[in-house]
Design a protein around this ligand. Structure first.
Ligand code: NAD
Length: 373
């Protein structure tokens, strides 16, 4: 059953399954910190999603929860899924909950930051000097391109052999709205956008370049725009990732490049993300914030999951939904100092650091927040 606490920025919290509720508990403590210190306040509504919702109402995302999401300024999502529901038909699987939310809210821009905290620079598979201080953002188009384009399918040819077909399709409007989202983001960062495509072999890539250039010249002259081929970008991400600020690209290339960038940072438990929709008349976008990782059933219920991706998802919400850069910095600095103090959940533990529980990692972030505020 949904619970509500009073205040003035509407956030729907959907903790979900597995480690979802454990990590969300720590993120909620950070949210409560802002309320308690009167720094800002949030109207928090909690609802069921995924397997938890299936058990309660027979569907992974009820119409009621969807309506609450649509009426909220932002959604903070944990994770869904687990063995208990793995045998259900596809339409009823917990993962449909998140897919339906993205589709119904038309969240077309997926933001995946790759940030390397200094204390974790040695956990990356690349050398410290390549990744230390890294802070880049990949903006992936999420609702178009080859994963959705028609025609698609597998057809049988007259000679009896089969042919598989998928089609990369983008309209100017689809490109324009996602490059605008990237330019808007760049204005909150270092004002540099790199548009990534395969314009050398794909006509749709040429259109991406044209549209990005037109939008930049018309409305974002203060943002620097460059272009790169996707194969080169994959190489540059592991050769010299610090050259990038914001990368904007299609669904397919974004899928690959964001996983590649994720590996620069070391652990899945550290990676937040956001999915944004179109801005309304007041400039506010529908938005959903979530850790990149799933429900981790192998460690659920053990109080050992890393809550930092969820806490950092909340700080993305502060920055991108509520324009609260100072408060977002406060949360990110608290995470940075917590790591520097030497505490680690088991996924990021290193020699000479202390292995701690989910709860103690939350305690440490809270202590650092209290010190800084
Ligand atoms: P996963 O991300 O849940 O776990 C992969 C590995 O990383 C596991 O070993 C896990 O223990 C570890 N891990 C993940 N998050 C961690 C954290 N915060 N702290 C420490 N370790 C962490 O991916 P999976 O195992 O492929 O999928 C498990 C379930 O999650 C499946 O049901 C899958 O469908 C679902 N899933 C959901 C989402 C989502 O809710 N958005 C995303 C991916 C997978």
């Amino acid at each position: 059953m949904a619970q509500t606490r009073a205040s003035n920025r509407k956030v729907l919290v959907l903790a979900g399954d597995g480690i979802g509720p454990e990590i969300m508990r720590q993120a909620l403590r950070v949210i409560e910190f802002f309320d308690r210190r009167h720094l800002t306040s949030f109207e928090i509504t909690e609802g069921p999603v995924g397997g938890a919702a299936l058990d309660e109402s027979g569907v992974p995302l009820s119409d009621e929860t969807l309506a609450q999401a649509a009426a909220s300024d932002a959604v903070l999502f944990g994770a869904v899924g687990g063995a208990k529901w793995d045998t259900l038909p596809f339409e009823l699987r917990p993962e449909r909950g998140i897919l339906r939310l993205r589709k119904e809210l038309d969240l077309f821009a997926n933001l995946r930051p790759a940030v390397v905290f200094d204390a974790l620079a040695d956990a990356s598979c690349l050398k410290r000097e390549i990744v230390a201080g890294l802070d880049l953002m990949i903006v992936r188009e999420l609702t178009g391109g080859i994963y959705f384009g028609e025609p698609r399918g597998v057809e049988t040819l007259p000679d009896g052999s089969r042919r598989g077909i998928n089609t990369e399709v983008y309209t100017e409007a689809e490109i324009e709205r996602v490059v605008r989202a990237a330019f808007d983001l760049a204005r909150k960062r270092s004002r540099r956008v790199c548009e990534v495509d395969k314009a050398n072999v794909m006509e749709s890539g040429g259109l991406w370049r044209e549209v990005a250039q037109r939008v930049r010249d018309a409305d974002y002259p203060d943002v620097e725009l460059s272009f790169m081929y996707a194969d080169n970008c994959a190489m540059q991400l592991v050769r010299n990732p610090k050259q990038f600020d914001v990368i904007v690209t299609s669904n397919l290339f974004g899928d690959l490049l964001s996983d590649c960038a994720a590996m620069l940072t070391g652990s899945l438990g550290m990676l937040p993300s956001a999915s944004l929709g179109a801005p309304d008349a007041g400039g506010r976008r529908k938005a959903l914030y979530e850790p990149v990782h799933g429900s981790a059933p192998d460690i659920a219920g053990k109080d050992i999951a890393n809550p930092l991706a969820c806490i950092l998802s909340f700080s993305m919400m502060l920055r991108y939904s509520f324009d609260m850069a100072e408060e977002a910095d406060l949360v990110e600095d608290a995470v940075r100092r917590a790591l520097a103090s030497g505490v680690r959940t088991s996924d990021i533990v290193q020699p000479n650091t202390a292995r701690v529980s989910t709860r103690v990692m939350g305690d440490t972030v809270l202590r650092e927040l209290e010190k800084a505020a």
